[in-house]
Write a protein that binds this ligand. Sequence first.
Ligand code: SF4
Length: 703
Amino acid sequence: SVKESSNTSTTVCCYCGVGCGIVVNKERNGTVTVVGDQEHPVNKGMLCSKGLNLQYTVNDKSDRLLYPQMRYNKSMPMQQVSWDEALDRTAAVFKTFIDKYGPDSVAFYASGQCLTEEYYVVNKLMKGFIGSNNLDTNSRLCMSSAVAAYKIALGEDSVPICYDDIELADCFFIAGGNPAWCHPILWRRVEAHKAANPNVKIIVVDPRITDTCAIADLHLPINPGTDITLNHAIGRLLIENGDIDIDFITNHAEGFEQYSAIVFERTLAESAQICGLSESSIQQAAKYIGDAKGFITMWTMGLNQSAIGVNKNLSLINLNLITGHIGKPGSGPFSLTGQPNAMGGREVGGLANLLPAHRELSNPVHREEVQKFWGGSIIQPKPGLTATEMFEALNDGRLKGIWIMCTNPLTSLPNVRLAEEALKKAKFVVVQEISNKPETLAYADVILPAAAWAEKEGTMTNSERRISYLNKIIEPPGEALPDSEIICRFARKMGYKGFDFENAAAIYAEHVKLTAKTTIDISGLSHAVIKENKTVQWPYKKKGRPGGTSRLFIDKAFYTPSKKARISAVPDTLTSERPDDDYPFILTTGRIRDQWHTMSKTGKVNKLNQHYKQAFVEIHPADAARLQINETDIVTISSRRGEVRVQAKLSAQIKRGVVFLPMHWGKILNNDLNRANNITNDLVDPISKEPDFKYCAVNVKRY
Ligand code: SF4
């Protein structure tokens, strides 16, 4: 049993949305060591390579920003200043912009790695006091298509199931994800379940043969961009085979007739041809699903990061709805969150179109409720700028100032050279960061040093709505401060009331009050209650059951006005940039096993750099042979937006005509040719505004 002491504390991993518990030991010399928390319900002591090596990122302070820095104009060098000087000047510049150009001339771009308390205060500051909704986060690049689809299908952004459903399911449909690498500890549970129950069926849909396919009964190497066609074809077969739940469809869902009409528009042969699959493999998938007593669909970026991401999500959720596999143990749609606290950010309304507790900016009643509670400015109904829109607005001058917090957009945004141009044109850039590595720092007018993981307290919510508490274990280096403290100090400099929080627990106490009587009601929670229960799944009302609510919709009452789930008849039209004679390949991007995002933490760990030491492009040997490309040759991959130059990695595990680039590498010294996002497309989904990272047209040549 873990006994918290001055040397031993529990916390949660700061990487993926699985949310593994970690025990941190503080050594006498001030360094820390980490092990998995055996008492944490998520991981029961296990950690993946990234979590296991967290201690190195904490102990190595060589790249840490230690004090605030500022320059009075872009031609001057940065100089060390006090916190007061940095925040006074920032407040003065923000006030000038707001007075002269209006509140929409400034923006905050934050992160799915922020703690819930940090999200809460920056959202309150921007929407409730500055009076603009220009607060978006890199969760826009990650989960926003799933958020929009849940809202359409279920009435709210609510993940219905929990990890314990894994052991109760007998069929898994994993689309657009490689959880064996990207959600490894969760995947260990699926592997163990399959090993103990060989009859459990696993279907993996991916243009690449990934490690996730190792335990698949059926791998569908789909043509990129054709998921909706596949899901509709399976839907049609389920209807034809009588494997749908008529009672659920009749009493708890709406839209089936339109859905049925659309899925019968294509024959199986047509769909198979579009998807690049055999008819029999689609029939097999439908048979596995039709036979299942517990059916879980799992997905992540392959469906979300798409110009048709919301429709892809809806077409997959439809499979759960028409089979009635939702609201019961072992069944449901399950979006795997990319970042550790994207879910917590959604709870506090930390996206440009949301308000706290899943309230909507577009709803006047919701705006009034929040405005009354905060007592600040009038909350504007117009959605703010989303992630990519912020950089467009900097480019065309609508936006004058941007505050970038806990994220590295110059590696992670699509068509990233546009973002670089945008930061060059910005009149004022604030970068709130832990590390001196991110490329954004070169464009900053003010640099604010932030406390990192283990140096501050707060909460995060994982993929299954599970809220965990993160302890402050060590002091931040130099003058670095927790992000929420920085935002509150700035808000006070702006003259706003309501930012005098004593600590993170006080921020959390205010946040939970705003959730009362909403569908994510956690009004019974506090830091103390979370610590006492170890972790809690929302909702958790006052006098909630210990541990919270593991499953939603058990009563089949959805959050739509009719209380029925919506089956959506979505078109399967692909709007992405298609290959042509000049750019004949399809590019898809993604993660590798041992790196996290833009490598500002994992890139510091030698062990993690051994897996892949440098960026590469994966290409099918037949395509490589045609282009006279050999293993490790340097190749140029170009699109209409730019170039990447990396080593070739020949692999029969990718489809012909498709190439894969890892998304982690950014600019190294002055060389930006490792950066996948030089060439990705900034086209976005019209509803979620999530970019099309997984599909654009490129050319490949030996350098
Ligand atoms: Fe951290 Fe995710 Fe690995 Fe768990 S699975 S240790 S949360 S990176």
